[in-house]
Design a protein. Structure first.
Length: 415
């Protein structure tokens, strides 16, 4: 169970027994745990011995008193797979994909919604609302349905149709907004104030972060298992497709917690923010040496999860990049779709455009030498390609008449 809620800017303590949004300073609140008490008692082996096949195997560092409280659909424990040395992938000795498309609702958003809805339910919430780029909406609808809550989502009107449909099918009220996610956020806030709904905007409530941080815990176990050792391991480089940055900030928090638990040492991976050229506020701020990121003008990208022109956790992401000696890089929409195709055709991974983006960013950083061949590199595929079917094409399917006598000859000519 968490034991504190403090402001990420000034450490001011907030009441953890009440519903909380942003801190009084207008910044994200961070949940804290009594890690000193857990240290030595709660060990990686104890986690490995658990039968719980979800991220809730880490419930000691999640916002519950017992695992029975969790509103869960089995999120987490996603595959961690090596890339085979084919084509451009052969430039890397140890390249892995953490495939978050295996989560319920097919994206990593499931992790955050599981913890946020769990905590909201424990505090008596019956209606939630949120702005979303798409995948968070689908996840919120599912977890709200599971918890028996009403759910209202505000999405840009050009959000991928799959996300709109899954949300509506999950019973959520879908509001299509003629603007960006930042416009959706403002409208959602006003609606929450008027109607008394609980605002689940990412990082504007403390617990989506807690679910997403489990990606960091799992990674350390995954890599140890891959290397056949009991000692938890972290990679040299993590590439993360960044919108609001909750996953990145969450993993960084997880590493800090694991060190306090005595599970890992002080070494950290170099964290890489990957954004689309048409919406890259964090990349720009990082290279401008800024500590916050102003609204990115005319935000546009087909990778809808990356279309976040302003993020409330900007200063936390920039701090994480600098402390980890990481970097921030953009890819174009054409490049990220090339990445989707390469991952599918050369590795068999059916990734979201956001996953395609991190692979292409890794290629670029390998070409410049920022990533060295022998380094262990992890790509986060945060969602499933099926959510983006509207972007995929199949122009070369062969249409045949199965009764035609020359059907096999025609087929042969195309092989
Ligand atoms: C598939 C996908 N990847 C990445 C992101 C960005 O995630 P974060 O807010 O953690 O930066 C999103 C957010 O919508 C997403 O849907």
């Amino acid at each position: 169970m968490h034991t504190s809620l403090t402001c990420s800017l000034n450490g001011e303590v907030h009441n953890l027994h009440e519903l909380q949004g942003l801190s009084r300073a207008g910044k994200p609140l961070l949940a804290g745990y009594d890690l000193a008490a857990l240290k030595g008692h709660w060990t990686p082996d104890a986690v490995r011995a658990r039968s719980e096949r979800s991220m809730w195997r880490f419930h000691e560092v999640l916002p519950v008193d017992s695992v029975e409280e969790a509103v869960t659909l089995g999120e987490g424990m996603t595959p961690f797979l090596p890339c085979l040395p084919r084509g451009p992938f052969a430039e890397f000795d140890s390249l892995y994909v953490k495939d978050e498309s295996f989560n319920p609702t097919q994206s990593f958003k499931a992790r955050g919604m599981s913890t946020a809805i769990t905590r909201a339910a424990a505090l008596g919430v019956t209606s939630v609302a949120l702005p979303s780029a798409g995948n968070a909406a689908g996840a919120a609808a599912a977890y709200a349905a599971r918890a028996g809550m009403k759910c209202v989502i505000f999405v840009p009107e050009d959000t991928p149709p799959a996300n709109i449909l899954e949300s509506a099918c999950g019973g959520a009220r879908v509001v299509l907004v003629n603007g960006l996610i930042s416009d959706c956020g403002r409208l959602c806030r006003a609606a929450c104030d008027r109607f008394g709904w609980f605002d689940l905007s990412t990082l504007k409530e403390p617990f989506r972060l807690e679910g997403k941080k489990t990606m960091g815990y799992e990674l350390a176990f995954d890599l140890a298992e891959t290397r056949r050792t009991k000692t938890l391991q972290l990679p040299d480089v993590i590439l993360y497709p960044t919108g609001g940055g909750t996953g990145l900030i969450g993993m960084w928090k997880a590493f800090d917690e694991m060190e306090q638990l005595g599970w890992i040492g002080p070494a950290r991976p170099r964290m890489v923010v990957v954004q689309a050229e048409g919406c890259a506020p964090i990349v720009k701020a990082f290279h401008d040496d800024a500590t916050s990121a102003p609204m990115f003008p005319n935000a546009q990208t087909i990778a809808s999860g990356l279309r976040v022109p302003a993020a409330v956790g900007d200063f936390l992401m920039l701090d994480c990049l600098r402390r980890s000696h990481g970097t921030a890089i953009t890819v174009t929409d054409d490049e990220l779709m090339q990445g989707v195709h390469e991952l599918a055709r050369l590795q068999g991974f059916h990734c979201a455009p956001e996953g395609g983006a991190v692979w292409m960013a890794a290629r670029k950083l390998r070409e410049t030498g920022w990533i060295r061949r022998e380094e262990t590199v992890v790509l986060f595929n945060t969602g499933a390609a099926v959510k983006y079917n509207h972007l995929l094409r199949c122009d070369d399917a062969l249409k045949v008449d199965h009764k035609a006598p020359d059907v096999l000859d025609r087929l042969e000519r195309t092989l």
